[in-house]
Design a binder for this molecule. Sequence first.
Ligand code: SF4
Ligand code: SF4
Length: 190
Amino acid sequence: MQLTNRSKLVVNKQMNFWERIYLPAILKGMGTTLKHFFKVIFNKSNTLRYPEVKREFAKVYRGWHVLKRDEQGRENCTACGLCAVACPAEAITMVAAEREKGQEHLYREEKYAAVYEINMLRCIFCGLCEEACPKEAIFLTDRIVPSDYVRQDFVFGKDMLVEGIVPEQRVDVTVRQKHLQEKRAAQTAS
Ligand code: SF4
Ligand code: SF4
């Protein structure tokens, strides 16, 4: 039964002289290669000379996560686990702990994540952890997860995720968040 009319009937016909010497086919193939070669050379809009030139990311690009601190430098995360539950890749694991007396300057809530890990090899950068978080603790940023040779190095712990306390070590997430808010507002209005 024929389902489409795209099928081709293969005929085992005798090759002619030009087909037997393969020269026209080779020239035709080289012509195609040269056509693409010059297209790549002269069409600068499609080709960037990486790593000297880097392509600008979309404003909503989702990369390496950050665990944010509040304005007093305390960790926002309260280890509620909602991000882990929301994660479709099961990339997030954490161990919660009770805040001790005298640790109020470190953790904003009474409970905090003593261990917080994201397996970047499992993560699909969907952003659902960010959306699930009720404490504005986790955000995806425009930073690229660096390459590595060892699988274990892709399990990012708090040392790789929590932003620094001093202003120079803070990770700015406002540009992407502002863009997302504008986008949502435009969708609601339409
Ligand atoms: S971005 Fe998506 S896949 Fe990655 S940790 Fe967050 S929820 Fe999981
Ligand atoms: S990052 Fe947010 S959602 Fe995840 S455990 Fe911390 S507070 Fe909860």
